[in-house]
Design a protein around this ligand. Sequence first.
Ligand code: UD1
Length: 386
Amino acid sequence: MSLHGPVQPLHLVCVVAARPNYMKMAPILAALARLRPAPRLSLVHTGQHYDADMNSSFFGALDMPAPDVNLGVGSASHAQQTAEVMRRFEAVLEGLAPSAVLVVGDVNSTLACALVAAKMRIAVLHVEAGLRSFDRAMPEEINRVLTDQLSTLLFTSEQAGNSNLLREGVAPERIHFVGNVMIDTLLQRLPAAIPARQTLAAAGFDPLLGQPQRYAVLTLHRPSNVDQPQRLRALISAMGELAQRLPLLFTVHPRTRAMLERAGLQAGLAAPGMICLPPLGYLEMLGLMQDARLVLTDSGGVQEETTALGIPCLTLRDNTERPVTVNEGSNALAGRDPATILALCDDILRHGGKRGRIPQFWDGHAAERIAATIALWQAGMAEQQP
Ligand code: UD1
């Protein structure tokens, strides 16, 4: 019993939705579970991703508990997907009546759940707040800006996040620079990473193609890269050229596979040296990146993971919401022009590319900082109770 009466036990609803959310949430759940008194944690999966290789395979590899609730929304247009998450999440929150809702990242479900909670006067805690590409053509940018405006506590992974939030009028006491939870997971799981040769053998390819430093890795799924057939054709043909210089392991996202089929571009996947793999599990992907000569991507998480691993990364976009990966890490913006991309690849193949340095607080302890901040916040709330 405190001076102010019994402290309400903390009950957090934690939301996951899509592949990049799981590696962010895993260390947060573990750190929250270590708090004393132990909070009540409810894990809600919105079902935005549902294929086993985009979803359930990660729960085992990351030691995540099974979700308490799965909203099962699946794929749909942005408005329909967002609306369906909101409709179903509202009913769940009414039943659970938590102290706060914790969301990560920038997918449609992040915003949908934040909006429902904020309207029910339930505090929203946003992990990976403040990142900005300043490109409103990206659906994630809209999700980021709006989620941050609705949040009570905003946890940032790099200093740029703090400046962006302050400029947007967020009160400084709400902003907490804690570091990168995705890198917590990476550092924890690196010893268990599955070597590339093993992944290749399992997929029926020559394991020798997976020798360290002898291959490049490609991931591609942004709507801005894969939804326009012209742009996709140019990128795939540039990647075909690269594959002739160095074997290219391409993990094909379901969205990209569907777009390649729709645009009649499957032949581009059969270019000599191009090795197409299904979406990989977390430990397989880590193993692939760890030994790569070069990684090409349009994913946010891969930009961060390659920086943590010190592996040269070319981002196939004109901007990044994660500038620290370019300013300090091993990432460079390559844009979408095939000639420029190939020139940058050649430079890395010739000179090795940049290794960069590890950004501040990308040290494996971000989730602990988040848990400690939430505990302090809850204690402050309890003191305000009559
Ligand atoms: C979503 C996120 C993106 C994140 C990415 C990681 C948004 C707006 N986008 O993009 O920020 O980087 O996840 O993968 O939230 N599909 C399947 N199986 C699945 C999931 C999707 O086949 O399990 C296919 C469906 O055809 C679907 C398409 O992929 O229509 C796109 O899925 P969606 O969740 O809308 O967006 P992503 O492109 O995966």
